[in-house]
Design a protein around this ligand. Structure first.
Ligand code: ATP
Ligand code: MG
Length: 676
């Protein structure tokens, strides 16, 4: 237990509800809140707080994060808070679920004098063999199978039960569910034969071991008494089972998450772990945080408008940062043009003093990175691609790992830290490979932080597990290229959200309402990564494979744009905007307001204000300004005519048609009303 002053500093820079969440003595506890509300910050402080107050024992804390980067960041912050490491050998264990499961399985194998099977990094390799064909079609089929098998394993479904479960979930694999079940069975057989494990096995096996091996379970439960999980909305049943396994019958669990950011259901995650937390963990308490500290107001407005357009009704999220530049939407001629446009804007931002690494380019699919890589290469913009598995294949990285292996052969008894130091000191500072060696040593130290006393073998097994979703670590300043999915939890001052076209956003294969809702949340995650500058773009033509295809903007650009471009009459932020934005607003409003009936518009705005106040939602949740303006222009007389107004769907008709039609009738001159 520390003295009061040390304790108080753990609450610095937190608002009252964040402080309450940090100090809350109740467990199990779920902290549920929107993007940028400080969930990750609060989770870190809560760990520190519980350690400092004696509620938790440092060496027995297990903190589970979604990425290696987040785990490293957590360890760093806890170190900075001065509560983590009484000795170098122990301390808080922070890692991804996969890396912790791997470490436990390795130590279990070692105790039983068995070798841990090798890690199969890409399922497709084995699946291509099973499919028995070559070419693009076989590759697509193998990738489809891999996706289905991952989903099944995340949900703990064996091949025989897969078809029924998949059909129930509305999945539609390329060759049907029976075919998948057969391939899945063959895949598992082949894996056993070749003595391989895949990423999903790490979770499944560790869960099995916790349930069937009492000694192992007792050891892990002795080791970990206090469990903390970030991004809990994306936990799968296989992961939830692990968390339960580690907890045993104890209740010391804190999770944080946001159901609006659940984006991995397609891969088997189940947000009900969070939304029904109190049912899953009886006696649990749920607390909420209110403000968005990450993004300026226009960015919050844009993102919330996107959710509201999906029918979500939610309390207003206040942007603690206040006003900032209005997000810009750009339509480019084609994808190369888009990449060059983004490069040009990045150069400008950099010239104005923004470091490259404060900027990120986000896209829906991996393939989209190619155009940006080419354009940035040509423009001399340094960048790194997150989730780029090729890092481990680079000759310089292989050389660094070989040097570690050689060192360990020379001095087999020495600790990994010793070899890491050798590598660090042994690399010529003038050598171009120095950066890669530095990256490897940094990763080695991260590994040791997650697994104190870990070995070189352990490190080599850990590497591919944690690099799967991450950018290779680097000291160099560079723009981050990252998919929407991998951007989760991250933040950047400047964010480009690109490729906002039908077919990409939402992705073409998302055809059920649930899939489309997940795609919408995915875009929400992307938009909410931005702190100050948000740029949205799409291209009129895009090269897909060998074809050039005409494109249409994403249907979700409209609600975002209309939330950002309110008419002057109802724009509270107008005064704070730049001259250019104000001029644009003026233009937009003066041309269309001439057509709009001012009495109807005023009555609609008044009605909306009352309703918004009564139901405590922001006005745009009811109708965007642009929608009201169109209504006042078109003066619809029937539900059908109202449904034709952009921004009005069946849900809005259901809720508001009667009121809106009555207002139009009361305030519009009869003659100009559009007939039924
Ligand atoms: P996400 O849902 O995207 O993961 P989050 O809820 O985890 O977001 P954090 O990343 O913890 O949010 O916080 C967002 C940003 O706001 C961070 O830069 C954090 O340091 C900052 N922040 C959080 N709380 C406060 C506060 N009370 N005052 C100032 N800044 C804060
Ligand atoms: Mg977070």
């Amino acid at each position: 237990m520390r003295d009061g002053s040390t304790l108080e500093h753990l609450l610095d820079g937190l608002d009252p509800s964040q402080r309450d969440a940090v100090r809350c003595e109740h467990v199990p506890l779920a902290i549920v809140a929107g993007p940028g509300s400080g969930k990750t910050r609060v989770l870190t402080r809560r760990i520190a707080w519980r350690v400092a107050t004696g509620a938790a024992d440092t060496d027995r804390v297990l903190a589970l994060t979604f990425t290696r980067h987040a785990a490293a960041e957590l360890t760093r912050r806890l170190d900075a808070l001065g509560v983590t490491r009484p000795s170098r050998e122990q301390g808080v264990t922070a890692g991804t679920l996969h890396s912790v499961a791997l470490a436990q399985l390795r130590s279990r194998a070692a105790r039983r004098d068995r070798a841990m099977p090798a890690l199969l990094e890409r399922k497709v390799r084995v699946l291509l063999k099973i499919v028995g064909a070559r070419g693009a079609e076989a590759l697509a089929l193998a990738a489809d199978l891999a996706g289905e098998i991952e989903w099944a394993k995340a949900r703990l479904l064996a091949p025989d039960v897969y078809p029924a479960a998949a059909e129930l979930a509305g999945r539609a694999p390329m060759r049907g569910t029976a075919f998948v079940a057969e391939a899945y069975e063959a895949y598992e057989r082949e894996k056993r034969r070749a003595r391989l494990v895949d990423f999903d096995d790490l979770l499944w096996w560790c869960g099995d071991a916790l349930e069937t091996d009492e000694e192992f379970a007792a050891q892990q439960r002795f080791r970990f008494r206090h469990v903390f999980v970030d991004e809990f909305q994306d936990v799968s049943p296989a992961q939830l089972r692990l968390v339960r396994g580690w907890l045993g019958d104890r209740a010391d669990l804190t999770v944080v998450g946001d159901p609006d950011q659940a984006i991995f259901s397609f891969a088997g995650a189940d947000p009900t772990g969070l939304t029904r937390f109190a049912r899953t963990f009886p006696g649990a308490q749920v607390v909420r945080l209110e403000h968005n500290y990450r993004s300026t107001r226009p960015i919050v407005v844009a993102a919330e408008a996107l959710l509201a357009d999906g029918g979500g009704r939610r309390p207003a999220r206040r942007a603690a940062k206040g006003d900032g530049p209005v997000p810009r939407v750009t339509a480019y001629e084609d994808d190369d043009d888009e990449a060059e446009g983004v490069a040009a804007r990045l150069r400008t931002a950099h010239a104005e003093g923004r470091p490259w690494s404060a900027c990120a380019v986000l896209y829906r699919t991996n393939a989209q990175s190619a155009a940006f890589e080419a354009a940035f290469g040509a423009a001399g913009i340094p960048y790194r691609v997150r989730g780029d598995a090729r890092f481990l294949d680079r000759p310089e990285v292989r050389a660094a790992l070989d040097a570690l292996r050689a060192g360990s052969e020379r001095a087999p008894g020495a600790a990994l830290e010793h070899h890491l130091t050798d590598l660090e000191l042994g690399t010529d500072p003038a050598d171009a490979s120095r950066q890669h060696a530095a990256a490897v040593t940094r990763l080695g130290r991260e590994y040791l932080a997650a697994e104190p006393g870990g070995s070189l073998d352990g490190f080599l097994a850990w590497l591919p597990t944690v690099l799967r979703n991450e950018a290779p670590p680097s000291d160099a300043d560079g723009v981050e290229l990252v998919t929407f999915h991998r951007a989760k939890g991250l933040e950047f001052r400047t964010v480009f959200v690109t490729g906002l076209e039908r077919g990409l956003v939402p992705i073409a294969r998302a055809d059920t309402p649930a899939e489309r809702a997940e795609e919408r949340r995915l875009l929400y995650v992307a938009l909410t990564r931005a702190e100050e500058h948000l740029e949205l773009s799409w291209a009129r033509r895009r090269t897909l494979g060998s074809r050039v295809v005409g494109r249409a903007p994403s249907p979700w650009l409209a609600p975002v744009e209309s939330a950002l471009d309110p008419p002057a009459a109802v724009s509270p932020t107008r005064a704070a905007r730049s001259g250019l934005d104000a001029a644009r607003d003026h233009l937009a409003s003066s041309t269309s307001e001439e057509a709009a009936n001012p009495d109807v518009l005023a009555a609609l705005v008044e009605w909306r204000r009352g309703l918004a106040r009564a139901s405590s939602v922001p006005a745009f949740v009811i109708f965007h300004d642009a929608t009201l303006r169109t209504i006042a222009e078109v003066l619809p007389a029937t539900r059908a005519a109202l449904l034709d107004v952009p921004g009005i769907g069946p849900v809005k008709i259901e809720r508001y048609a009667d009121a809106v039609l009555a207002i139009v009738r009361a305030h519009a001159p009869r003659a100009s009303t559009v007939p039924a």
